[in-house]
Ligand binder design. Structure first.
Ligand SMILES: [Zn+2]
Length: 321
């Protein structure tokens, strides 16, 4: 009994890394976003796949260096009165003039930073700057993915207000790591042009906010029917014994939510592709092979041709529905 109590205290005392979707989830989202790109873009991104995948978590790492970085990853929509929420979706300068920087910044600026990143990616394409295209693509993908996480849209972001400390990691890291490769359908569909990026990101955040109550309530109810020691387990992660949510409990929670995590992950993949595509289109659709300034290997060109045919036929990379 004493051992169990010590274990639970140790678990609660360990600060959880603030990596939304976890390394696994962010990498997977950026990787699969590439598959949704049109043929005119996919060869370039596939040629450089490692970069947008490997650097998908850079913004979270930056949270440990820059104080201003943290608020870029969330917005506590429920901090604002319902009648005020619609009026937040205005240009940043107007929002600051209307509400004041001090009242906005602490509660998250994800939508605002998203617009900044879209601008930067468009500029990178215009400048034909390969390094910037890859860097901003990787990081824009991160913020778009964060916007799809319900707990990034609420002040109760880790269940700290409802005695559910750790739910953040359970939802966005533990579930995908346990189930995404084995069970999730990750074919997200074809990227489409986003006419109004600001409206787009606010819609995504609105969807996340609408799901936040369910995320918290379902886990609360489930936890009441599971003994505490059955909810957690020690697991060997990368050679290190780590206390985490037990597999059975994680699966039960995911089951109770239906396909929410899978759906949000898939939506994030498509959204990332749409954003990359939109920035490229707004830059005048520069030919990416020329930007790369090296002739693509024949095998890539051939693949591009095949992809073009497959894309037009609408049957590439798995199921659409
Ligand atoms: Zn993040």
């Amino acid at each position: 009994m004493l051992t169990r109590i010590i274990c639970i205290i140790a678990f609660l005392a360990v600060p959880l890394l603030a990596i939304a979707w976890g390394f696994f989830g962010h990498e997977k989202i950026n990787r699969h976003a590439i598959y949704s790109l049109p043929p005119s873009m996919v060869a370039f991104y596939k040629l450089h796949t490692d970069y947008p995948v490997k650097h998908s978590t850079d913004p979270d790492k930056r949270r440990y260096l820059l104080p201003d970085e943290g608020p870029r990853h969330y917005i506590d929509l429920d901090h604002y009165p319902p009648q005020m929420r619609d009026s937040l979706a205005i240009p940043w300068k107007q929002a600051v003039a209307k509400f004041g920087l001090d009242s906005l910044q602490p509660h998250g600026v994800l939508p605002r930073h998203f617009e900044t990143m879209m601008y930067r990616l468009t500029a990178a394409f215009i400048c034909r700057d390969v390094a910037a295209i890859l860097k901003v693509s990787a990081e824009l993908g991160h913020y778009v993915a964060d916007a799809h996480v319900p707990l990034h849209s609420t002040a109760n972001h880790n269940g700290q207000l409802t005695g559910q400390h750790g739910i953040h990691g359970l939802w966005e890291s533990r579930i995908p790591e346990l189930l995404a490769d084995a069970e999730f359908d990750v074919w997200a569909g074809k990227a489409a042009y986003i006419r109004e990026p600001r409206a787009f990101i606010w819609r995504v955040i609105g969807e996340s906010a609408a799901a936040a109550d369910s995320v918290l309530m379902i886990e609360k109810r489930l936890s009441q029917s599971w003994p505490a020691d059955a909810r957690y387990a020690w697991e060997n992660r990368k050679g290190k014994l780590t206390r985490s949510y037990a597999s059975d409990y994680t699966k039960a929670y995911n089951h109770k939510m239906g396909d929410m995590v899978e759906r949000r992950m898939r939506s994030a993949m498509l959204a990332v592709a749409c954003c990359w595509y939109t920035a490229w289109a707004n830059a005048g659709q520069p030919p990416l092979q020329m930007i790369n300034n090296t002739k693509l290997p024949d095998v890539v060109e051939k693949e591009q041709e095949q992809l073009e045919q497959g894309f037009q036929a609408g049957k590439i990379f798995g199921r659409e529905h």
